[in-house]
Design a binder for this molecule. Structure first.
Ligand code: GLN
Length: 187
């Protein structure tokens, strides 16, 4: 099994380390030629969605990634990665990969409360969730499953082979969310 990790900007090393811990091979995607057609899954890390989105465009990676996801490549986006996957961004007109039927709100928790850690349930498993200038999910279509809510706001969703979280499971020692993603690859 080989998972591509988008390594243009942001917290990608932490995802690679979690995959290593789980004994899964990863490939850093830094340019078009790294994005091969034999990947089993793709991780879009947190960081700054505007910067990652611009680089995806400039490096000619946006369309290939988008068409492989539409074609069934499993993908997991955390935080900025989730923003890249959303079909709608509430407080911004520009969208990026736009393959998930969800509307997200960027930097949704305000300045005073922009970074925090909570313990909450993801798919019935109690885990630590670090939020860093995080988005939340405002609305989803019926085809989207809600996997976690915090303070009545949706913070993790799944649509077929696409998974997205507002928070950063890769910044904790708990590998549950990554294991959940890897289990999606086998179905
Ligand atoms: N605030 C960032 C954005 O809008 C996301 C933050 C993160 O990925 N930790 O892209």
């Amino acid at each position: 099994m080989k998972i591509g990790v988008l390594a243009l900007q942001g917290a990608f090393i932490e995802h690679i380390k979690i995959l290593e811990k789980l004994g899964v091979k990863s490939v850093e995607i830094r340019q078009r030629k790294d994005f091969a057609y034999n990947l089993d899954g793709l991780i879009l890390p947190g960081g700054e969605s505007t910067a990652i989105g611009k680089l995806l465009n400039d490096l000619d990676l946006l369309n290939p990634i988008q068409s492989q996801i539409v074609g069934g490549l499993p993908v997991f986006g955390t935080c900025a990665g989730m923003i890249l996957l959303a079909k709608e961004i509430d407080n911004q007109s520009k969208t990026y990969i736009a393959t998930m039927d969800a509307t997200v709100v960027r930097n949704a928790y305000g300045r005073q409360y922009d970074s925090f850690n909570v313990m909450a349930y993801f798919n019935n498993e109690l885990i630590e969730m670090p939020f860093i200038r995080a988005p939340y999910i405002k609305t989803v279509n019926d085809n989207v499953q809600v996997l976690a809510t915090v303070q009545d706001r949706i913070v993790a969703i799944r649509q077929d082979k696409q998974l997205a979280t507002s928070f950063h499971p890769e910044l904790t020692n708990n590998t549950y969310v990554h294991e959940y993603f890897l289990s999606m690859l086998k179905l």
